[in-house]
Design a protein around this ligand. Structure first.
Ligand code: UDP
Length: 236
């Protein structure tokens, strides 16, 4: 497999073409941003933790029957993935109130929700990723009814797998964001990443935050939190 030119650079990852048009290489950076790019920084070691953790979790998810873009981890920071067209939706699942949910509905952070909440944001930085509902998604043709149903079912399944795995590591999965992609065949697969950048993870006993909120809210100990999550999940 030959790594060719960079085809995309996002806030946390670079994507490279390969000599196989159906595959590309994702390279995870230590760069961190928050509040739609307004806050910028570096979290040393984040790229490696997010790469390894995302691959570890995607394997579990695939075993549970949800297809993913993962092909093969190449090294600490780089992974070979299937080339997909990203569905322009941030798919968010919440088990406990936090962040924008707490603000929007005036609910204290930490309140357990009676059932998991599934919500969508329209992936558009210029618009600030506005919340969007099923009806909007269909009207704007961002996904078909069938795709939306598949995405919703997959997201709920991902929540079940992740909740259980994190709990075994004494971590509470408060909420998370995932993204899906479309293969040339039309098949929907889980893409992007699953990491402390995209999940809220609290220690089950102390409720200490072990995720990107340490960076967003200037809580300190950011690097150590990422390393601690990796250690609890993967032993390193
Ligand atoms: N999230 C994310 N990327 C985004 C927005 C949210 O990964 O662009 C994750 C975030 O880390 C949290 C969940 O999605 O785990 C819900 O985030 P929320 O809507 O509460 O927004 P936030 O408070 O992060 O602005």
């Amino acid at each position: 497999m030959q790594k060719l030119e960079m085809i995309y650079e996002g806030k946390a990852k670079k994507v490279y073409a390969t000599d196989d048009p159906a595959l590309c290489i994702v390279s995870y950076k230590d760069d961190a941003t928050a509040f739609n790019g307004l806050k910028k920084g570096t979290i040393v070691g984040k790229g490696s933790v997010n790469n390894r953790m995302s691959n570890y979790l995607m394997k579990l998810i695939a075993e549970a029957g949800v297809p993913t873009h993962l092909v093969e981890e190449l090294n600490d920071r780089e992974t070979l993935v299937k080339r997909v067209k990203i569905v322009p939706l941030e798919v968010i699942i919440r088990n406990v109130a936090a962040g924008s949910f707490s603000k929007r509905f005036g609910v204290e952070e930490g309140r357990s929700l009676a059932c998991p909440v599934l919500e969508f944001s329209y992936k558009d930085d210029a618009l600030g990723d506005p919340m969007i509902n099923n009806s909007h998604i269909l009207a704007l043709e961002l996904a078909t009814e069938q795709e939306l149903e598949t995405i919703s079912n997959y997201a709920m399944k991902v929540n079940e797998v992740l909740k259980e795995r994190f709990l075994a590591a004494e971590l509470e999965l408060v909420d998370f964001k995932i993204e899906f992609g479309k293969l040339p065949s039309g098949e929907i697969v889980l893409a992007d990443e699953i990491s402390p950048d995209t999940c809220r993870l609290w220690d089950v006993h102390t409720h200490e935050k072990l995720d990107k909120d340490r960076f967003r809210r200037d809580l300190g100990g950011v690097e150590d939190a990422y390393i601690e999550v990796a250690r609890r999940l993967m032993g390193n």
